[in-house]
Design a protein around this ligand. Structure first.
Ligand SMILES: [Ca+2]
Ligand SMILES: [Ca+2]
Ligand SMILES: [Ca+2]
Ligand SMILES: [Ca+2]
Length: 490
């Protein structure tokens, strides 16, 4: 026995040396010539995530040898956690709990466990994350100055920073055609043109552009416009784009998600919101990816940070030369229609300032409904309800009612509509506010499981200062409701 014990250290030593020799040989020369020249746009969006399971081993290897840096705010830290989750050899074994929470506090937003599954480890030890945040102007200036000082790209093959959802609030100028990130302005540290002059000094490196992270509340016009500008820019200029906003604003089945000002009550178990419908569907992070009511952190549940981490691996594999099945780059969604928008070119200088057309929203003209109302001039009532419900997928449909408010046959703006939607013997609050744009209507919406074939919407009140609600005047000119109640079916 003693003899064997003496042999063990020798045996272990031999094993270690052989392992060292094996791994020392590992960097295959084939992987040393990275395909880092980008001659076409590489757009990584929600349709790219499913490619993750198809990355060939050799390209996972090659991608893992690229030195990559991304800089970001707290959501970037969540994404960094997601990359760390994928280091584990599989999603099943010893993986931290924060990596595999597929259940959501609201079961409608739980995801299939397969979204959080992987079956090998993905070594991200060459991928670095640094915190980086400020106003968008300061971030642009600081990054450019750091490039001038030689700090970036430095040792990195692939480098980037992301503007967060806090850079695209209603007050931010980042999407302004004259003063935003894509405006060619005087000054050497303030826009994409200034950044591109530095990027051009490193033709052997890849700068990755990102759309912003999104929250439940941002979702607004600024985030929508900036992210559309970014997509258009990336396509026009053969850039690599990590379209985080597109990934976050599509659920795992590919359905779009919109901001929380939708007239739909939402609770995460602790906090709830019930913002009136602002009449616009702004792309926003899906509830599937965040448990926050207004924010957009990806900490819990796990699906958002895992899907973005998977997308990063798809992107890195493509930068390492992988062309999945020779397919063309996935086409991004949510792009401003390219017609009538000038293509942005970086060089030569003195290019005209690009202008961007915001995504058109449906214009609805409201024809005041003639009524035989008897009420006085300050009586307010419902002049029409229409069913705008539609199917989402095999599990859910969207119950939506459009409610018109009038007084004495004329449109009333700014009125609050209070109501309920009932299905499967459960009643939910469904309120909305008529915008002050003379449209005269607002929409109430609620997501309904297909176990209920219909839902009943009922107006319980209408308020607007200077008016009094007179439900006996409620009317519907098409007869699909009685002015107070309507049955909704997809
Ligand atoms: Ca400039
Ligand atoms: Ca809401
Ligand atoms: Ca909205
Ligand atoms: Ca109607």
């Amino acid at each position: 026995m003693k003899k064997y014990i003496q042999i063990i250290p020798l045996f272990v030593g031999i094993l270690a040396i052989s392992a060292f020799l094996v791994f020392k040989d590992k960097p295959n020369p084939e992987f040393e010539s990275y395909a880092l020249s980008v001659n076409e746009p590489i757009i990584i969006d929600h349709t790219s995530v499913e490619l993750f399971d198809r990355i060939p081993d050799e390209y996972i290897q090659a991608a893992s040898q690229l030195k990559m840096l991304f800089m970001d705010r707290s959501v970037g830290s969540n994404i960094n956690d997601g990359l760390n989750c994928l280091r584990y050899p599989s999603s099943d074994r010893n993986t931290p709990n924060h990596c595999k929470r597929y259940n959501h506090p609201d079961a409608r937003f739980s995801v299939d466990p397969s979204e959080l599954s992987w079956s090998r480890g993905y070594d991200r030890s060459n991928f670095d994350f640094d915190f980086f945040y400020d106003t968008w102007e300061k971030m642009t200036e600081n990054f450019i100055r750091a490039m001038d000082s030689g700090q970036y790209p430095g040792q990195y093959d692939v480098y980037s920073f992301q503007f967060s959802y806090l850079n695209v609030t209603d007050n931010d100028t980042i999407a302004d055609p004259n003063n935003g990130f894509f405006a060619n302005r005087p000054g050497d540290f303030n826009d994409v043109y200034d950044l591109e002059r530095r990027i051009a000094q490193h033709p052997d490196k890849v700068f990755v552009f990102w759309t912003t992270s999104l929250s439940r509340g941002i979702g607004n016009a600024v985030s929508r416009d900036f992210n559309n500008q970014m997509r258009q820019y990336a396509i026009a200029n053969n850039k690599v784009l990590l379209d985080v906003a597109d990934i976050e604003s599509h659920d795992p089945s590919g359905n779009p998600c919109y901001d929380n000002r939708d007239g739909i009550y939402y609770s995460n178990g602790n906090i709830s919101e019930n913002y009136p419908d602002d009449g616009v569907n702004y792309p926003a992070i899906c509830q599937h990816y965040t448990s926050e009511v207004d924010g957009g952190h990806l900490g819990s549940p796990s699906a958002g940070k895992i899907r973005i981490a998977k997308a990063i691996w798809v992107m890195m594999a493509r930068l390492a030369g992988w062309n999945p099945d020779g397919l063309p780059a996935p086409t991004p969604t949510n792009i401003v229609t390219p017609t009538n928008t000038p293509i942005i070119t970086i060089l030569p200088t003195n290019t005209p300032v690009p202008t961007f057309t915001p995504t058109p929203t449906a214009v609805v003209t409201f024809t005041p409904t003639p009524t035989s109302a008897q009420g006085g001039g300050n009586d307010i009532y419902v002049s029409d309800i229409d069913n705008l419900s539609d199917n989402i997928n095999s599990s859910y449909w969207r119950a939506r009612a459009r409610v018109y408010v009038a007084s004495d046959g004329q449109v009333v703006s700014g009125a609050n509509v209070y109501g309920t939607i009932t299905y499967n013997n459960q009643t939910y609050t469904a309120n909305c506010t008529v915008p002050t744009n003379n449209s005269g209507f607002c929409n109430v919406t609620i997501i309904v499981p297909t176990s209920a074939s219909s839902a009943l919407f009922r107006v319980t009140g209408v308020s607007q200062s200077g008016f009094s609600y007179n439900p006996s005047l409620n009317v519907d000119p098409d007869g699909d409701s009685n002015g107070t109640e309507i049955t909704l079916t997809p």
